[in-house]
Design a protein around this ligand. Structure first.
Ligand SMILES: [Zn+2]
Length: 255
């Protein structure tokens, strides 16, 4: 876990020195790359034989599959831009990924120059039009009250349907307690065609879609069908977990 801040580099090295039984004095003696050598600290991804593979391997669980090609292109650009520039390489060695964002968010935890910042900003903006699941054209979508994801229509459909079923199931207790006919306006939008179709089977006088309604008993049977359906809908849970993770970790998403 990395922490942001102007003193981050020294602070994280200090933590590392202590974690391997060293001391702050050792840290003061061993600055820069010498520190890595004396404490046998693993080399930065920038110094790896294959830096792109090293970084992607480390963050494979954090970077969404649809954004991986963009992430690899961005890393390649960063490596090229940092050749023969020790200061920039040092900044990139602190590169990490913000894992709870609806865009590809690289973060440099120490000072980075405008070139590096520009490359990272470009990747973030570009990812906002790329489906995080499959890489197709996409846009930001609201999947619930707090959940957002950048998805194409095809990848968004299961998640949106899953959410509407969840809303339906949440309303069951209230609608059962009211014990009155359930009307169309009480049904989540994606389930309304099914509601109208099922209500038609027991039509008791309504003659237009907006008047569709069900008895409480019929409604519970219909809702149970959707509950069972939800068990078979495959929804990537990464983005559905984001809001829960944010609440748990107090919005600390640096990994
Ligand atoms: Zn997609």
């Amino acid at each position: 876990m990395m922490q942001a801040g102007p003193s981050h580099v020294a602070h994280s090295d200090c933590q590392y020195a202590q974690s391997v039984g060293g001391s702050v004095e050792m840290l003061q003696l061993a600055q820069g790359t010498a520190l890595d050598e004396r404490l046998h600290k693993p080399p930065s991804w920038v110094d790896a034989a294959d830096p792109i593979q090293a970084f992607m391997g480390r963050y494979s669980a954090v970077i969404a599959p649809g954004w991986r090609p963009l992430a690899e292109r961005t890393l390649r650009t960063l490596v090229l831009a940092s050749a023969n520039c020790p200061e920039r390489r040092r900044a990139l060695s602190q590169l990490c990924v913000f894992g709870m964002s609806a865009s590809l968010s690289f973060v440099v935890c120490t000072h980075a120059d405008q070139t590096v910042e520009g490359i990272l900003r470009k990747a973030r903006v570009k990812s906002q039009g790329i489906c995080e699941e499959c890489g197709r054209l996409a846009r930001l979508r609201q999947l619930g009250e707090e959940e957002t994801a950048t998805l194409c229509p095809r990848c968004a459909a299961p998640a949106l349907l899953h959410h509407d079923i969840w809303v339906l199931l949440q309303s069951l207790r209230f609608l059962s307690a009211v014990n009155a006919p359930v009307v169309l306006s009480q049904i989540p939008p994606l389930l309304r065609p099914s509601f109208v179709e099922a209500a038609l089977l027991q039509a008791d006088g309504w003659d237009d879609t907006e008047s569709a309604r069900m008895t409480p008993t019929h409604f519970l049977v219909w809702a149970e069908g959707w509950r069972q359906m939800a068990e078979h809908i495959s929804v990537p849970i990464r983005y559905l977990q984001r809001s829960a993770d944010k609440r748990k970790s107090g919005n600390s998403g640096l990994i």
